[in-house]
Design a protein around this ligand. Structure first.
Ligand code: GLC
Length: 417
């Protein structure tokens, strides 16, 4: 059974491989996505480490001069996706979107090179490039130097329509946007996708940033949506730390110090997002200055960073308390906004499970980590390689033959082994 799963996962990664990058799944997502690619490389390393490094190199070949790494690279034209390159209008040699995604590249590169140290020399230029991205975050998304960076569009979180964004999103207008036709609802069940009102707000923000010609140092202050996501910041902190260790190993002392300083600033500030009542971290609305009362997986994913041990233990108990057949639900069941089937408002996503399990394991919560790993693999055995799953029934939802799900299966199988 394990061998069959392993082989099936590799097949999916190959089916979605476009040579130098991998699409998340054909049809629904026909381009290269930022954090998908980095996590995909972790799957590819189990059968082709060279190809895995190419995945990350291709992404960074499209880094902007300011340091930002865009969330989508439109390598080829495909009008099956909205919003396409003409809506973003970022004027890059190869069209890209103008916002970013969770910075998991530093972590992924370090993990890839652990199992493929012969790629060190080839990977070396990425140390400075990834550091430049981390520096860009701190410079443009934390102008007041709090230590934590803000998202200016929900899509940056990777948890596109989480309940976390509902309240701050009310500040984003819907008037005046150009008429458009969604394409996602032609590929997937509209009842499992974001609503029209949410979509109007996503597009309003894109138009606002485009009006400022994507000058990334101006967008934070110009956005009515500025949210500090604990999961996103944990990924940045972890990437800074793992990249620093890699820089040390390769003798890049200054880059190591710079990454470590950014991680320390983030870790020192993260504690302010802890909620004792919820037993997890919460998002911070930077415009109001208040925590957002929404127990989503972003606040659980914070365990990916080296948070205090007592917080990791509480988070493990919080997941247990969800009481779902499959874990980890992207929003706490039984709380307001939970929807077992709608995208990031309840369903289970394997990439998030993987990072939570990895963090809990490192924090000494080995049993909790093993339960997440086992539950994730059970889901695949029950329902195949879907985009996301109903935590109550295990039903497969969204796209099929999904790349990062397959990549995570290879990682989880090796963790279990
Ligand atoms: C959706 C997800 C996002 C992912 C993308 C491609 O937009 O919310 O996290 O990167 O699909 O898989």
């Amino acid at each position: 059974m394990t061998d069959t799963l392993h082989a099936a996962a590799i097949d999916i990664l190959k089916i979605n491989d476009r040579g130098s990058y991998t699409v998340p799944t054909k049809g629904l997502y026909p381009f290269q996505w930022n954090w998908d690619s980095c996590l995909t490389a972790l799957g590819q390393r189990h059968f082709d480490a060279d190809r895995a490094l190419t995945e990350i190199e291709t992404l960074f070949a499209h880094q902007w001069p300011c340091g930002m790494v865009p969330h989508i690279i439109f390598h080829e034209l495909d009008d099956g996706y909205f919003p396409g390159p003409d809506v973003w209008d970022c004027r890059r040699p190869v069209p890209t979107s103008g916002i970013t995604q969770p910075p998991v590249a530093g972590f992924a590169l370090a993990r890839l090179l652990e199992s493929a140290p012969d790629l060190d020399t080839r990977a070396r230029p990425l140390l400075a490039r990834i550091t430049a991205w981390h520096r860009w975050f701190h410079a443009t998304r934390d102008p007041a130097r709090t230590g934590l960076v803000a998202l200016i569009h929900p899509w940056e979180s990777g948890r596109d329509n989480s309940v976390d964004w509902d309240i701050p999103f009310e500040r984003v207008p819907t008037e005046g946007i150009a008429p458009y036709t969604r394409r996602d609802t032609q590929h997937a069940d509209p009842a499992h996708r974001p609503t029209k009102e949410q979509y109007d707000r996503y597009i309003w923000l894109v138009e606002r940033f485009r009006g400022l010609e994507w000058q990334t140092d101006k967008l934070h202050d110009a956005s009515p949506f500025q949210v500090v996501d604990p999961g996103f910041n944990a990924i940045l902190i972890r990437s800074c730390l793992d990249l620093a260790a890699l820089c040390d190993r390769m003798g890049a002392v200054e880059l190591a110090q710079e990454n470590r300083a950014m991680a320390e600033a983030g870790l020192a500030a993260l504690g302010a997002l802890w909620s004792e009542a919820h037993g997890q971290y919460l998002c911070l609305d930077r415009i109001t200055g208040g925590l957002i009362d929404s127990p989503s997986s972003g606040g659980v994913l914070a365990a990916f960073a080296p948070i205090p041990a007592e917080h990791a233990t509480r988070i493990a108990a919080t997941i247990e308390g969800h009481g779902t057949r499959f874990r980890v639900a992207s929003h706490a069941p039984g709380t307001e906004g939970f929807d077992a089937k709608r995208y990031w408002r309840g369903p289970v996503w394997l990439v998030v499970n993987y990072m939570i399990a990895d963090g809990l394991e490192r924090a000494g919560c080995a049993d909790a980590a093993a339960r997440i790993t086992r539950s994730s693999l059970d889901l695949i055995r029950t329902s195949g390689f879907a985009e996301y799953y109903d935590p109550l029934t295990g039903e497969a939802l969204g796209g099929t033959q999904f790349t990062w799900t397959a990549a995570m299966v290879l990682e989880l199988l090796s963790m279990e082994g």
